[in-house]
Design a binder for this molecule. Structure first.
Ligand code: ATP
Ligand code: MG
Length: 406
């Protein structure tokens, strides 16, 4: 059996498919936008389930996923990390007839008792179809007394039961005692597209993940300083993009050759300013890419005062190179909090691999911490670097990642 509790159609599930009952996340709160959000969620689910034979149906605030034989565990693994659902269960489905409901409830009670969950339980009925002739209380009493006859050891307990038998009365009845938490958040894409500046470090993948949970679909850009940074540094960015795609469904990574730009900055700018100008160039290229991809924002992994280029003055300067909103979801977070999320989403181990990124190679010994805005903007103009930025973007390589990765 591939579920800890019985799933599939009551009475055998001879198709061999496993049924998942999926509860959408925050979109339930969004009134008029609901159909749009629901469509986005379905589209993302289909992308995330790539390679798994499945059928999706949705009715009245629930999505039904039928996963093909032998694919239930992989489907559950992907659902656990999928953004936009508040939870899912593998219910026993049966007709609305009380005898069939008793049968389904008994299968679940038997499994709970056999797995040592204890005899104290409670029935929670959700009568989604209000035309059903019995009300929730009457259904719970009826099923409770039938279960009591079949399993005399069971004890109904309203407060702190060992397990809860959920029965959802819809066009069929869906019963389960075990549900898994989902990632919650909004369906990725409903807030549009954002360009995620993805380095190989700890912070930027976390920033991308957090914004994806607010409905933003990231398109990633990585600035590569070959040969100053080796192929492993680039591979890190690719691996991280793959892990993010596993949660988001699909995404593209643009790898932009950045060496010529960094060399020019080093030749033409005072050494204390080089990191800030290279950040500025990243913002400008990301903005150009945003224009092409119809993205509405940029996302970075910056966190206030973490390094010299992340003071308020430095952020004012680098942010001034984009007319789009720059989302920095980590701005007020401590490093340990960021690391905890990186561990949870599975990016941490890759992020800490010891390959230098382009900025550590070109870092000045004494970077400016509080740049004077007008002075450093004037210094940027003297770089005369606009053409180089366009050329770099044109030379970018694009890799696509799907939900099967990660
Ligand atoms: P991270 O852990 O995300 O690398 P960091 O703490 O190392 O961040 P910085 O190196 O100052 O901080 O980078 C700040 C932000 O600039 C990063 O979070 C990322 O969004 C962006 N960034 C830095 N380097 C690159 C790069 N090579 N390619 C793409 N984006 C980059
Ligand atoms: Mg970094």
């Amino acid at each position: 059996m591939d579920a800890p509790f019985p799933g599939g159609v009551c009475g055998g599930g001879e198709s061999g498919e496993t049924l998942f009952l999926i509860k959408p996340g925050e979109l339930m709160l969004k009134g008029d936008n609901r159909p749009v959000f629901m469509r986005a969620l379905r589209r993302n689910l289909r992308a995330m389930l790539a390679g798994i034979p499945h059928r999706l149906e949705d009715r009245h605030c629930r999505i039904y996923l039928h996963a093909g034989p032998g694919h239930a565990e992989e489907a559950a693994r992907r659902l656990r990390r999928f953004i936009g659902i508040s939870g899912f269960a593998r219910p026993v489905a049966c007709s609305r007839d009380l005898d069939a409901m008793e049968e389904a409830a008994s299968r679940i009670a038997r499994a709970c008792l056999a797995s040592g969950k204890g005899p104290a339980y409670k029935i929670h009925v959700h009568r989604a179809d209000k035309t059903y002739p019995l009300d929730s209380y009457a259904i719970a009493c009826e099923i409770g007394s039938r279960l009591g006859r079949r399993f005399p050891e069971l004890k109904a307990r309203m407060k702190d039961p060992a397990w809860v038998l959920h029965m959802e009365i819809r066009e069929q009845v869906f019963s389960y005692a075990f549900a898994e938490e989902g990632e919650r958040g909004l369906p990725v894409g409903v807030a549009g597209k954002g360009i995620l500046l993805l380095s190989g470090g700890i912070d930027s993948p976390v920033a991308g993940y957090l914004m994806a949970k607010r409905g933003l679909r990231p398109t990633c850009v990585y600035f590569h300083s070959h040969p100053y940074t080796g192929p492993q540094a680039r591979k890190k960015a690719e691996t991280l993009a793959g892990i993010l795609a596993g949660r988001i469904g699909r995404l593209d990574l643009h790898i932009v050759p950045f060496t010529d730009i960094q060399v020019k900055i080093r030749e033409r700018a005072p050494s204390a300013e080089t990191t800030l100008h290279s950040r500025a160039c990243m913002m400008r290229i990301a903005s150009l890419l945003a224009q092409r991809k119809k993205a509405n924002s940029l996302v970075t992994g910056e966190s206030l005062a973490q390094v010299a280029s992340q003071t308020a003055e430095s952020l004012r300067y680098t942010g001034s190179h984009s007319s789009l909103p720059v989302f920095r979801p980590l701005i007020g977070m401590a490093k340990e909090e960021i690391i905890a999320i990186a561990r949870k989403i599975g990016t941490f181990e890759t992020s800490i691999l010891p390959y230098e990124d382009c900025c550590s190679v070109f870092s000045p010994r004494h970077p400016l911490i509080k740049p004077k805005f007008d002075a450093i903007r004037a210094s940027f103009e003297r770089l005369d670097i606009e053409e180089d930025l366009l050329r770099a973007l044109k030379a970018a390589e694009v890799l696509g990642f799907s939900g099967e990765t990660g």
